[in-house]
Design a protein around this ligand. Structure first.
Ligand code: COA
Length: 170
């Protein structure tokens, strides 16, 4: 039996559930890729409910959730960068129980369709260089590694990423 899949915008009333889902996903997925201290630092920084509510007011950034049979199982956020024609996927996360069923691809297609409507020609994202399964997923869905990026994010932590890009065709 296939689950009923719905991708829809994140609403203000979903923000607590989203932050809780993010904590579950990050604490399951990132040990071994980044330290537990860095996981908690980044969760506190990026999934502070005030920050998400504020992002929901922006006109150049979007959040969507993936619902399976009415339960929130994933999410994505994306924004227009300073480069004309470029949309950045800032977040793309699915609950570990639903990986490898094509939902990541569906979310990427959803963002690509939106980017196309906004006259973008390119999707970009940053992925930790040790996040092998995510890199494999992005390669499978048409992204290529464009460059490496190492930068500090405060708290004594580093982001050690690949920048990956995908052309968005009309
Ligand atoms: C990355 C992610 C969004 C991909 O979504 P998904 O629904 O699992 O991926 P899809 O089903 O669309 O694509 C499947 C491909 O992803 C890769 N993949 C995803 N999960 C995998 C796993 N657990 N083991 C091995 N490969 C995996 C494989 O390349 C797979 O292709 P294959 O089945 O033909 O080998 C999802 O796995 C996820 O949320 N991962 C954890 C969080 C994360 O790292 N997010 C990205 C941050 S930049």
């Amino acid at each position: 039996m296939t689950d009923a899949v719905l991708i829809r915008p994140l609403r203000n009333e979903d923000v607590s559930a989203l932050a809780s889902l993010a904590r579950d996903i990050w604490r399951a997925h990132y040990p071994g890729i980044i330290s537990v201290a860095q996981i908690e630092y980044m969760l506190a920084e990026r999934y502070d409910e005030v920050v998400i509510h504020e992002e929901l007011t922006r006109r150049d950034l979007w959040w969507d959730v993936l619902m399976l049979d009415g339960a929130m199982k994933g999410y994505t956020s994306y924004f227009l960068t300073d480069i004309a024609g470029e949309m950045k996927i800032d977040k793309l996360y699915l609950h570990p129980g639903v990986h490898r069923r094509g939902y990541g691809g569906k979310l990427i297609d959803h963002v690509a369709a939106f980017a196309r409507k906004r006259d973008c020609q390119r999707l970009t994202l940053a992925v930790n260089r040790h996040n092998k399964t995510a890199i494999a997923a992005y390669l499978k869905h048409g992204f290529q590694i464009a460059e490496t990026s190492v930068r500090t994010i405060g708290g004594g932590f580093l982001m050690d990423d690949y920048i990956m890009t995908k052309a968005v065709n009309r």
